[in-house]
Design a protein around this ligand. Sequence first.
Ligand code: GAP
Length: 517
Amino acid sequence: MSKDMKDIVSLCKRRGFIFPASDIYGGLNGFWDYGPLGTELKNNLRDRWWKDMVITPPIGPDGNPIEIVGVDSSIIQNPKCWEASGHVGGFNDPMVDCKASKKRYRADHVVVYQTLEVLEPNICFAFDKDTEEEEVHKRIVKFLKKKGLASTTGHVKFTKTGTLLDYYDPKTLALSEKSNFDISLVLGPDASDVGTLTAPKTFNMMFHTFVGATAGDENKAYLRPETCAGIFLNFKNVVDSSRVKVPFGIAQVGKAFRNEVTPRNFIFRSREFEQMELEWFCAEEDVPMWFDFWVEQRTNFWLSLGLPKESLHFLKVPKDDLAHYSSRTIDVEYKFPFADPDFDELEGIAHRGCFDLTQHQEFSGQKLEYLDPVAQKKFMPHVIEPSTGLTRGVLALLCEAYTVDENRPSGVYMNFTPAMAPKKAAILPLTAKEDHVPTAQKLYMDLREEFVVDLDIKQNIGKRYARQDEIGTPYCFTIDNETATDHSVTVRERNTMSQERIALDKVKDFLREKIKG
Ligand code: GAP
């Protein structure tokens, strides 16, 4: 059954995964807060990534563990860093404004339709790229009827001609010469008449602030738009202070900020988000081997967290769409419900060449070459970068876990793997009777040092199971009358709702085993 983003967003709020930021003030577009369960889920994903990268990095092609160290760099860096990285000059999105609705759109996210019957003048219709065709048809007919341009039969044939940006040169934003396109004849996505859209303009996506008491250009600084810059800036510090040798990696998890023109799809594209980035430094000739290695490692990572193979897709990013620093990128895409039956980006694995170190060397005047201790020669390492959104990963886990099941009271359960589940187990005394509660409390005290567990005492047991299903708790341990006599508890498994009895003193081993597996 297809999943509806509205239902997922609603469960996230109802159960305390994710809330709109500044909710009581009506929110702030593109910003989100993580509630008690969302924070646990995000931490689980972050910790698992950190463990797989830094604590127990993968075994390399030579059979030995590869070497990766972590850093935690500042969000605000010397602004020269962003000139060197190309972000001050080039981190731009093409955007159009609507003079009537005051809304702003990304030109490459606005789809243009034309009617097949020739209209005088040649009007085009612009829609957000996610608009359903039925909606497109309805709005076109309504507009044409209003203008007396359509018959009253209520049917108009139309065709999609591409995005607004397709009519312009993506680099210069000049109207392409071949095209007889006229922006003044376009009906904007939220406009009631044509001619309200501006031509595309570039818009720098970095948030800026001022460091210190005066707010002049000389004090302007930026919030980092990607976490990797702090890794490149510390490359020399790490090499000089640690015993790392190329090939090796530096990993970082942290906040990044982009003033996205159109934040959308819940936490998929937000203005403040978290990234988990690895910069893998290697010799240029070894790039093809390490690139394949990282694609395989990262695929296995997502599979192990419960994203099925058929919901993943690997996009070889076309040359024209590559970021300015990359000569080759593969995007790991996931079948997010809003993209279904297509896929959208979850992680990018890019060959960044030696672009960043070379640029920072030039702009800082500091030598950043690596001295090979064996060959005694200096060279600029090349970089493979598996870069993923932590918050976007959380969205993928939430979407994958959301499972409709009309045969249970909650009507839905969250099918997290035990390792990712925010709560590993719930301890439920069958009744609030005296002899059930103390045993439950004792079990809770025993488990909580090792696992995130819930002790839930009040309400009927059915309602408590329903709540645990909705928050994705894989196991519920119920203490009942039999517990006092045979020292056993009922364990209820979330997905099958099957119940079995296990010894009270085996609960810990049971959980350890399940979480590991
Ligand atoms: N250092 C390379 C880099 O930042 P990117 O493709 O722009 O590359 C990497 O971003 C990942 O960060 C994306 O695959 C996505 O998971 C996440 N990401 C990027 N922009 C985002 C946004 N506005 N909101 C949430 N996640 C975002």
